[in-house]
Design a protein around this ligand. Structure first.
Ligand code: IPE
Ligand code: IPE
Ligand code: MG
Length: 227
């Protein structure tokens, strides 16, 4: 251990537990997702103050299409509303939006909204990367195809074609709601990330919880295979 505390630059979160939050309160699942968006909003506002360069959020996986159609519709509508309501704030607060995943496969109106949001936030300094229609295995296959088309597949050439190529290395991966699995999220990028699994359900996750996670991270010993 080098004895110095370290700062996390890039934190990724698997935002899980919206459904269970709603169930505990005898509310419809949609209310859990709505409250989940509130948690996102508060966290994005806190990012700069917490010293993060990049926050990556798993919002919709390529496997989440398996859910009932009305739940998928609710999630897509929340996405539309969130972009519309929060884009001005992103621009004002210098939040640069980045999207990972096969997001061009979403509904055309959402794709158009996202293209506009990406363009208008391009000058931001803190990155909010949102994983939409994201699956890590699919991402790696896409990257491998592109790397092969450009010549040799190496760790470097493949990484350059991942959706995260422009983001800083992943320092800390957090999953809420007590589940201990990656669910096809950032499999390549998490090779040497620190992991934190917390029981808090996503709608209850606050900037204070993130601060606690960063405090925990600052005391971890990272070895990257060395000694
Ligand atoms: C996470 O909450 C949100 C998405 C996956 C979109 P869930 O909807 O998975 O909530 P649980 O896991 O059923 O509680
Ligand atoms: C992972 O959560 C996806 C997101 C948080 C967007 P899930 O709730 O879909 O994962 P599983 O199905 O429990 O593994
Ligand atoms: Mg879940």
């Amino acid at each position: 251990m080098n004895g110095e505390s370290q700062r996390a630059r890039h934190v990724a979160i698997i935002m899980d537990g919206n459904g269970r939050w709603a169930k505990r309160k005898h509310l419809p699942r949609a209310m859990g997702h709505r409250q989940g968006v509130e948690a996102v909003r508060k966290l994005v506002r806190a990012c700069d103050g917490l010293g993060l360069d990049c926050l990556t959020l798993y919002a919709f996986s390529s496997e989440n299409w398996k859910r009932p159609e009305d739940e998928v519709d609710d999630l897509m509508d929340l996405m539309r509303k969130f972009i519309k309501s929060d884009l001005p704030e992103f621009i004002a607060n210098k939040v640069r939006l980045h999207i990972i995943g096969d997001w061009r496969g979403l509904a055309p109106d959402i794709v158009a909204m996202l293209e506009d949001a990406l363009e208008r936030t391009a000058g931001g300094t803190t990155t909010l990367a949102v994983a939409l229609n994201y699956g890590s295995q699919g991402e790696i296959v896409r990257a491998a195809r592109q790397a092969a088309a450009g010549g040799e597949i190496t760790e470097e050439s493949l990484a350059r074609h991942l959706d995260t190529a422009d983001l800083p290395p992943l320092d800390l991966l957090i999953r809420t709601s007590g589940e201990v699995r990656l669910s096809n999220f950032l499999l390549w990028q998490a090779a040497y990330a620190e992991m934190l699994f917390v029981d808090t359900l996503w709608p209850d996750f606050t900037p204070d919880h993130l601060q606690q996670a960063l405090d925990d991270f600052s005391g971890r010993e990272r070895r990257f295979g060395g000694r």
